[in-house]
Design a binder for this molecule. Structure first.
Ligand code: HEM
Length: 420
């Protein structure tokens, strides 16, 4: 890990140009400098997603392309390495009567429903089977929470890679967004299909499990011709610039668990954080400050100072006053891992929940997939809580963690080995 710690010059003290929102931005910004280097110091890229089984034919103008059906069976659950769907909902459920038998029955039922629905076939006893037909990029993934293991008497089978996430000083949790026994993660292109899928799954499970919360997320559907537009979040920032490329060896190393009981091999740990964006105070910052807080350009998503042809890495570049172009407390500088074991796969979704206390309740469903949060998410979040300038404009209102079992072969059900 980096030992390169320097006194920090905070984003705000150097720009010191906030008027009205001054009170909101007071406070020392502890610096934490990661290893200097070029953007590719950890060799992560945004590369094409893993291929689908049936690539879409080129659409004639006005003629919709055929749905892309993603495989359900395989070494891993879909919905992690696959290209993010336009819409994704995370649903947290608790077993009504917490017994091993009920947990097993739940996994059998969900596996059966998911195997059908993701392939465009209706689930058994579906009263609206037509709504299952457009399964374009439909994925259904399942996660198990700590409370499930504890409540059904299998706490001793909690995988070691699945620790309890500690509280951080920036956490400001609200009800009901905490961990549940089970998670359903459903992604789709068509919001109607997504709604129907959620209805079918929760209806079929209604005697076994009760929904505690549902968190719908969305991404931009800007066409590829608009460049980075489809990766913008509700602050206009370009996301997913520096992360492991799906389909790469690096992705496999960072995401998939490769040791432990058979039901967990090929799985991963999902850290789901509900992070509200404090847009009222963010919006009054001027654009250069917004960029400096993050360390990246708003229009292109590139590192500040990147592209200067003086051969100096953006992390070493200084401005006319001799101050770092990317300050020590810029979000990406503090967040950046300096070794592969610190890297995780981030696949965030935007959320918009209407209004909260007179202002827009919007933000990010931050979803990180990692083979081990002890080396990736936890140290990263700890650094951010201590020294990330951006924390003043976001608030983490929820946190839930799940182990996603490995994939399943036809005839088996998810997490089967857990119940053996
Ligand atoms: C509302 C909350 C957040 C927003 C809007 C946000 C936004 C961004 C943006 C725009 C980037 C640059 C593009 C990219 O590489 O994706 C970025 C990078 C990153 N963020 Fe965040 N982020 C948020 C929360 C978090 C959290 C909670 C973590 C981890 C605990 C995190 C970890 C990272 C990491 C590791 C990078 C890549 C740094 C690098 O190596 O360049 N972010 N974030």
């Amino acid at each position: 890990m980096s030992t390169d710690q320097q006194p920090s010059r905070s984003v705000l003290s150097r720009r010191g140009m906030l008027a009205a929102g001054g009170a909101a931005i007071l406070g020392a910004a502890g610096g934490f400098v990661l290893a200097s280097g070029k953007d590719a110091s950890v060799p992560t890229t945004s590369a094409p997603p893993a291929p689908a089984t049936s690539p879409p034919p080129t659409a004639e103008p006005g003629v919709p392309a055929a749905p892309v059906i993603l495989p359900f069976y395989g070494a891993h659950q879909a919905g992690v390495e696959t290209e993010p769907a336009l819409f994704q909902t995370f649903v947290g459920l608790d077993l009504i009567s917490p017994t091993r038998k009920n947990a097993e029955a739940t996994m059998r039922l969900v596996t059966d429903d998911a195997a059908r629905l993701t392939q465009g076939q209706s689930a058994l006893a579906d009263t609206q089977p037509e709504l299952a037909l457009n399964a374009d990029r439909l994925t259904i993934s399942v996660g198990l929470g700590h409370s499930l293991f504890e409540r059904i008497g299998l706490a001793d089978r909690i995988p070691e890679q699945f620790p309890v996430i500690p509280r951080f000083r920036t956490d400001a949790f609200e009800e009901p967004w905490s961990g549940t026994d089970l998670l359903l993660q459903v992604g789709a292109t068509d919001p109607l299909t997504l709604a129907h899928t959620l209805r079918m799954l929760t209806k079929d499970l209604s005697t076994l499990a009760r929904v505690r919360w549902s968190q719908p997320g969305f991404r931009s559907n800007a066409p590829a011709s608009m460049g980075v537009a489809s990766r913008r979040n509700l602050m206009g920032q370009v996301e997913a610039t520096h992360f492991p490329a799906p389909g790469s060896e690096q992705f496999a190393t960072v995401v998939w668990i490769d040791d432990g009981p058979d039901w967990v091999v090929g799985g991963t740990v999902l850290v789901l954080r509900r992070i509200r964006m404090l847009l009222d105070t963010w919006d009054i910052l001027d654009r250069p400050v917004q960029e400096t807080v993050m360390g990246r350009s708003l229009s292109t998503g590139q590192l500040l100072g990147d592209g200067a042809d003086d051969g100096v890495s953006p992390f070493d570049a200084v401005d006319d006053n001799g101050l770092p172009v990317i300050p020590a407390d810029a979000h990406i500088r503090v967040a950046r891992a300096d070794s592969l074991e610190g890297v995780m796969m981030r696949r965030p979704y935007n959320y918009d929940s209407g209004m909260h206390k007179g202002t827009n309740d919007v933000g990010l469903l931050f979803a990180a997939y990692t083979r081990d949060p002890r080396t990736s998410f936890i140290p990263t979040q700890r650094r951010l809580a201590r020294g990330d300038a951006f924390q003043r404009w976001i608030s983490t209102v929820g946190s839930a963690t799940y182990v996603l079992p490995g994939g399943v072969a036809e005839g088996d059900f998810l997490a089967q080995g857990l119940f053996a």
